[in-house]
Design a protein around this ligand. Structure first.
Ligand code: SF4
Length: 740
C-alpha cells in the first residue's frame, strides 16, 4: 500500500523531510535551475557574484551577492542597478545577517495538550493543518477560515497562496498587511485613473524642479530614493508638508508644519489659489480630465483665512507654495503613510492628484502624483495576490474577468469567488464575532502591527486554530499560534518583487534555509497536496511557472508584462517596469505613465474626486491633551523589527529604549527632564517611554516610533471608509510622570 510519506516523497519539485527506515532523512528533490536545499544553484558559479533585489523596502535596490562555494557570504550594493546606482541603506547591507538568527523557525511546531510547542514532521504538521482547517469549515461554514498575508513575499508565492486559498480551499476572506500601508493609494488611483497605477519612475526624483512631499519622510523611510533627490541637478524647491520637523523637513526649502490631519484643507486651499490666478493647464484639463468644473466650485469656500485657521500655517506660506507650483516647470508630488494611514486618506491622496492634474504635472519628466509604496513587494501584492483583486488587477465581481482568469488557469469558473474578501479589520472583527474561527497568518506579525493592539491578542486567542508561517518562531503572533510552519526568507528562495516605480526585480536562492524550513512556495504546494486540490496547480511546479501564468493574466491590462521573457531578461536589464506588452521591444530603463494624456478609465480621462474634510475622530481633550503622531524611527528599523532586531549592527543604529519626542515647552511645563521615563496613555492603553525633548515636534504633539508593539495599544482603530486602511497617525493621549 502506498503510504502518505511515499506520496510526499514522490511529489515533484519539492524539498521535503520525511521518515524513512525510522530515521529523519533529508531528501532533496531538485527544483528547476538547481535551486534545491543543500545544493549550489547550478546557474550560479560557486565562487562568484550574482545580483538580486533587496527584500526590505519598496525601493527595490540591487544588491551584488558574493558567493563562496555557491553560498552567499557577503553583499554590496550593485553599482550598475538603475534604482540605487551603488547605494544601499543599513537594512540592505545587513540583509544576509538577519538570516542567521538563532530563533529561525527550523521545524514545524505544534502546540501539544500541555500548551507547549513541540517539533513535528512536515507530514504530521500538514495532516493536522488540513484536519483542523477542514473541521472548522465543516462546523462553521467554508468562510470561517481566513488568511492574512503580506507585502514581503515574491509575487509568485502571493499568487499561489491567493489561488490555493480561494480556488482550492474555499476560503473567501483573505487580506494582506498591505491594507495597513497602501490600500489608500490603491483606491485613490483606481478611482482617479481607472487602475492602481503609480505613474512615475525614479528618474523623476532627479528631473523635478520642485518636489512636494506630503506626509512623507524619505530621508529615513526610503533613504535611497532620498539619495536620488540629492543627485537632482536643478536646484529644486523641496517642500515638506508634515506636522513634524522630520529629517526630510530639515533639508527642505519650504516646511509647512501643518496641524495634524489638516492636509486636505491645505490642498484644497492651494487648488483654490491656482484657480483664482488661472495658474492652470487648461489644455490638459480639457483633453484629459473630467469633473474639474465641479471641483472648482467645491474648493470655493476653502479661502486663505479658512486655510490659516484649519492648518495653523501663515497665509504667506500657503501662497508661496501655490506660487511655487505655478512657477516651476516640473513639479512632482510624493506621499506615503502620513496620507495613507488616515481616516480620510483616499480623499487626501486625491486632493494631491487633483493638483497634479490641474497644473498638467503628470506624464512628463520630473512630474507626477506619486505614491511611494512601502514593502518590497507591496506592488506585487496590490495586483497579483488574489486578495483585494483577482489576479492581474482584475475584479472578482466581474463575470468577464472571472471567465478570463478561469480560462488561463484552466479551472472551473465556479471556483472563483463572486464577491470580494473582507478587509483586514473586518476579518479581525469576524474573529471577535465568532464568524472567523481559524486563521492562517503568513509572513506578517498581526499581534504587533494591528492597530487594535490592546485587543489583537485577545482576538487571536479566540481562534479555534491559529497557524503562523514565518521565518522566525518568536514573533509576537507566532508565540500565540497553535502551529508554526517554518519558512525560508529572502535569499533562500526565488521569485520576483515589483518595486514602487512598477519595476520587476529578481530574487534568487543564495542561501540554504535552516533545518527543515521550506520556501513559502513549497509550503503552499504541500498544503494543496494534503488538502487534495493539487491538481489545480499541476502547472505550477516552480515560481517561474507562476510567472508565466501571471503574464497571461496581465495581458491586455495596464500592467501587461507579456513582453518580459523570463527572470533572466529582468536580471539582464536591471529590472523591467510594467507595462511591457509583448512586441514592445526592449523597454527603456526608465518609463513613466500617461505621457499621452490618456488614463485607464473608460473615457480615457482622469477624474477629479473630492469631499469635505472631516474633523479628527479623536481630538485632544482636557484629559488627553496631546496629539500622538507615529512613524518610522530610523533607517535601520523595519516595521515590527522581526528582522532588523536580529542584526547587531542595526540595533546599534537606533535607540535601545522606546522613546517619545516631546516639545521643550511641554517638557518644561511638566518638569520632564531629558531621558526621564514617562508613561503615555490613550483611552485604550498605556506605554512606558523615555522622553526625548526636541523641537522636532510642535507643542501639544508627541511622536512615538511605530516599531514598538505597545505603540499600537495607544492608536485609535478608525479606518478610511473607501480603502479601509487604519488611521495610525493621530489620536489623543496624555503624559504621566512616574514620580510626580
Ligand atoms: Fe533595501 Fe530599501 Fe534600503 Fe534599498 S532603501 S537597501 S531596498 S531597505
Amino acid at each position: 500500500m502506498t503510504t502518505l510519506a511515499d506520496k510526499i516523497s514522490q511529489l515533484p519539485l519539492l524539498s521535503l523531510i520525511h521518515q524513512r527506515d525510522g530515521r529523519l532523512t533529508r531528501e532533496l528533490l531538485q527544483e528547476p535551475g538547481g535551486f534545491g536545499l543543500g545544493q549550489v544553484p547550478s546557474r550560479l558559479k560557486p565562487d562568484s557574484t550574482t545580483n538580486m533585489v533587496c527584500g526590505f523596502c519598496s525601493t527595490g535596490c540591487g544588491l551584488k551577492i558574493h558567493l563562496r562555494e555557491g553560498e552567499a557570504v557577503n553583499l554590496s550594493p550593485s553599482t550598475d542597478h538603475p534604482v540605487n546606482l551603488g547605494m544601499a541603506c543599513p537594512k540592505g547591507w545587513e540583509a544576509l545577517s538577519v538570516l542567521d538568527s538563532p530563533d529561525r523557525a527550523a521545524t514545524p511546531l505544534l502546540r501539544n495538550s500541555r500548551g507547549t510547542m513541540e517539533p513535528v514532521s512536515w507530514d504530521a504538521a500538514m495532516q493536522e493543518f488540513v484536519r483542523r482547517m477542514k473541521a472548522v469549515q465543516a462546523e462553521h461554514g467554508p468562510h470561517s477560515v481566513a488568511f492574512i498575508s503580506t507585502g514581503q513575499m515574491p509575487t509568485e508565492e502571493m499568487a499561489l497562496l491567493g489561488s490555493l486559498a480561494k480556488f482550492g480551499m474555499g476560503i473567501l476572506h483573505g487580506d494582506g498587511n498591505t491594507r495597513q500601508c497602501m490600500a489608500t493609494s490603491v483606491v485613490a488611483y483606481k478611482q482617479a485613473f481607472g487602475f492602481d497605477a503609480p505613474p512615475y519612475t525614479y528618474a523623476d526624483f532627479e528631473e523635478s524642479d520642485a518636489l512636494i512631499f506630503v506626509g512623507s519622510n524619505p530621508c529615513i523611510a526610503h533613504p535611497i530614493m532620498w539619495e536620488r533627490v540629492m543627485r537632482n541637478p536643478h536646484s529644486p524647491e523641496i517642500i515638506v508638508i508634515d506636522p513634524r520637523m522630520t529629517e526630510t523637513a530639515m533639508c527642505a526649502t519650504q516646511h509647512l508644519a501643518i496641524k495634524p490631519k489638516s492636509d486636505q484643507s491645505l490642498l484644497y486651499a492651494i487648488a483654490r489659489i491656482l484657480i483664482k490666478n488661472n495658474w492652470l493647464d487648461q489644455a490638459f484639463l480639457d483633453a484629459s480630465t473630467e469633473g474639474f468644473a465641479e471641483f472648482a466650485e467645491f474648493v470655493e469656500p476653502f479661502d486663505l483665512a479658512r486655510a490659516v485657521t484649519d492648518t495653523g500655517l501663515q497665509a504667506e506660506q500657503i501662497e508661496r507654495l501655490a506660487k511655487t507650483i505655478h512657477e516651476r516647470q516640473r513639479v512632482s508630488f510624493w506621499w506615503t503613510m502620513g496620507v495613507n494611514q488616515s481616516y480620510q486618506g483616499v480623499r487626501t491622496a486625491q486632493a494631491i492628484i487633483n493638483l497634479a492634474l490641474m497644473t498638467g504635472n503628470i506624464g512628463r519628466p520630473g512630474t507626477g502624483a506619486n505614491s511611494i509604496t512601502g514593502q518590497c513587494n507591496a506592488m506585487g501584492s496590490r495586483l497579483f495576490s488574489n486578495t483585494t483583486n483577482l489576479l492581474g488587477g482584475h475584479d472578482f465581481t466581474n463575470p468577464a474577468h472571472r471567465q478570463k482568469i478561469a480560462g488561463i488557469l484552466q479551472i472551473d469558473e465556479s471556483l472563483i469567488p463572486t464577491q470580494n474578501s473582507w478587509a483586514y479589520h473586518e476579518i479581525m472583527e469576524g474573529i471577535l464575532s465568532g464568524k472567523i474561527r481559524a486563521l492562517w497568518v503568513i509572513c506578517t506579525n498581526t499581534a504587533h502591527s494591528w492597530i487594535n493592539q490592546h485587543v489583537a491578542r485577545e482576538m487571536l486567542d479566540r481562534l479555534d486554530f491559529l497557524v503562523v508561517q514565518d521565518m522566525y518562531h518568536t514573533t509576537e503572533t507566532a508565540q500565540l499560534a497553535d502551529m508554526v510552519l517554518p519558512a525560508a526568507g529572502w535569499g533562500e528562495k526565488e521569485g520576483t518583487f515589483i518595486n514602487s516605480e512598477r519595476r520587476f526585480g529578481v530574487l534568487k536562492k543564495v542561501r540554504k534555509a535552516p533545518g527543515q524550513a521550506l520556501s513559502d512556495f513549497n509550503i503552499f504546494k504541500l498544503v494543496s497536496h494534503y488538502w487534495g486540490c493539487d491538481s489545480l496547480f499541476d502547472r505550477w511546479n516552480a515560481p517561474a511557472d507562476v510567472f508565466e501564468t501571471l503574464k497571461e493574466c496581465s495581458k491586455g491590462t495596464p500592467c501587461d508584462f507579456t513582453g518580459i521573457e523570463d527572470y533572466h531578461a529582468i536580471d539582464a536589464q536591471g529590472g523591467i517596469q510594467w507595462p511591457c506588452p509583448a512586441g514592445s521591444g526592449i523597454p527603456a530603463q526608465e518609463r513613466r505613465l500617461f505621457a499621452d494624456g490618456v488614463f485607464y478609465r473608460e473615457n480615457g480621462r482622469a477624474k477629479f474626486l473630492f469631499e469635505a474634510p472631516r474633523p479628527m475622530p479623536e481630538a485632544p481633550t482636557r484629559e488627553y491633551p496631546f496629539i500622538l503622531l507615529t512613524g518610522r524611527g530610523s533607517a535601520s528599523q523595519w516595521h515590527t523589527q522581526t528582522r532588523t532586531s536580529k542584526s547587531a549592527v542595526l540595533r546599534k543604529l537606533y535607540p535601545e529604549q522606546p522613546f517619545v519626542e516631546i516639545n521643550p515647552v511641554d517638557a518644561r511645563a511638566m518638569s520632564i527632564r531629558p531621558n526621564e521615563w514617562i508613561d503615555v496613555a490613550s483611552q485604550r492603553g498605556q506605554m512606558r517611554v523615555m522622553a526625548l525633548i526636541t523641537p522636532a515636534v510642535a507643542a501639544g504633539q508627541l511622536f512615538i516610533p511605530m516599531h514598538y508593539e505597545a505603540t499600537n495599544r495607544l492608536t485609535d482603530a478608525v479606518f478610511d471608509p473607501y480603502s479601509k486602511q487604519p488611521s495610525y497617525k493621530a489620536c489623543a493621549v496624555r503624559v504621566l510622570r512616574l514620580n510626580s
